[in-house]
Design a protein around this ligand. Structure first.
Ligand code: 13P
Length: 315
């Protein structure tokens, strides 16, 4: 079959049908993060930010969870749901920020400040979660840090989210680690200033993984779920989106009367974009790539996640 736009369209439609059929046959549910490719967002049973995906993972009834996102997201689904088979369509889809602290480094840092509670961002490995007291996402980081009795908090691994929390929770001593999201730190303050000039009247909203200087330019700071809510309830018609470009597809779908701009052509997470319809079909067909977490680590990591869910939703 020659490559034409029409044939490609048909191929994508056939893949969607195949995925729907396999999902039914295997009793699977598809969870999709807001940064995924548009066609992957379109096949979601549940779509959301990291918190929504973690919350959904506890409730789903299907036998198999297919997590279209990055490794730590699928790992969370497995930690919370050990009896289910959790599949990540692309084995290599990771999160560089989550690998920016090792178990040894965390242990050494905690020994250095034994009176500090440790809060870890969900963008972290199961081992980091296991070595922390409580997890948080960008949607609840401030609430989680405020709710902790300890005055001193070690926040790992994302420095920028940690610094943002520190700026909002004045009565705590927040000690940050050196991890960063390579996608969010790629955007500079100068680019935001330029984008504001280029799109007059557009409001800049940003993810807290951006650098402090960039956040200074923002009218609203929040995770992808927070941004979706903010845009929906705002009277403003134009927005410059300070996060991975994948979110713009959903923003546009939910707000067809509004306009969205990305502050640069490079606001793309390569890992998030690895997942395609072809890989999702492959994953369901062969039952790959299955996420496994060692039981001792899983139990400890689950405590950090459960504590986060309790703080967020109450018991
Ligand atoms: P959200 O939880 O805001 O969707 O962010 C996830 C993420 O990985 C940001 O880089």
């Amino acid at each position: 079959m020659p490559y034409t736009e029409e044939n490609n369209q048909k191929y994508q439609e056939d893949l969607k049908k195949k995925i729907a059929q396999l999902k039914k046959e295997k009793n699977a549910v598809i969870l999709v993060h807001n940064y995924q490719r548009p066609e992957v967002q379109d096949i979601a049973d549940i779509q959301g930010d990291s918190l929504a995906l973690a919350t959904a993972a506890v409730k789903v009834e299907a036998k198999i969870i297919v997590l279209c996102g990055v490794h730590f997201m699928a790992e969370i689904a497995k930690i919370l749901n050990p009896q289910k088979q959790v599949l990540l369509p692309v084995k290599e889809a990771g999160c560089p920020a989550s690998d920016m602290i090792t178990a040894k480094e965390l242990e050494a840092k905690r020994k250095e400040i034994p009176d500090a509670a440790c809060v870890c961002y969900v963008n972290s490995s199961a081992v980091t979660k296991a070595g922390s007291d409580v997890c948080c996402t960008s949607a609840n980081a401030i609430k989680v840090v405020r709710s902790i009795p300890e005055k001193k908090i070690l926040f790992v691994p994302d420095k920028n989210l940690g610094l943002y929390v520190k700026s909002q929770v004045k009565d705590k001593q927040v000690i940050t680690w050196r991890g960063v999201c390579p996608t969010h730190v790629r955007v500079s303050q100068e680019e935001i200033i330029e984008a504001k000039k280029k799109y007059p009247g557009a409001e800049f909203i940003a993810h807290p993984e951006c650098e402090q200087k960039v956040l200074k330019e923002a009218a609203f700071i929040g995770g992808t779920g927070g941004m979706l809510k903010y845009v929906k309830s705002s009277k403003t018609k134009k927005f410059i989106i300070g996060t991975e470009q994948g979110l713009i597809y959903r923003l546009k779908k939910e707000n067809p009367d509004k306009e969205f701009y990305s502050p640069g052509s490079h606001f793309i997470c390569a890992d998030m974009k690895l997942t395609t319809l072809g890989w999702v079909a492959h994953c369901l067909e062969l039952g790959v790539y299955e996420i496994e977490v060692a039981e001792d680590i899983r139990v400890k990591a689950k405590k950090s996640l459960d504590r986060m869910l309790e703080i967020t939703y109450g018991k």
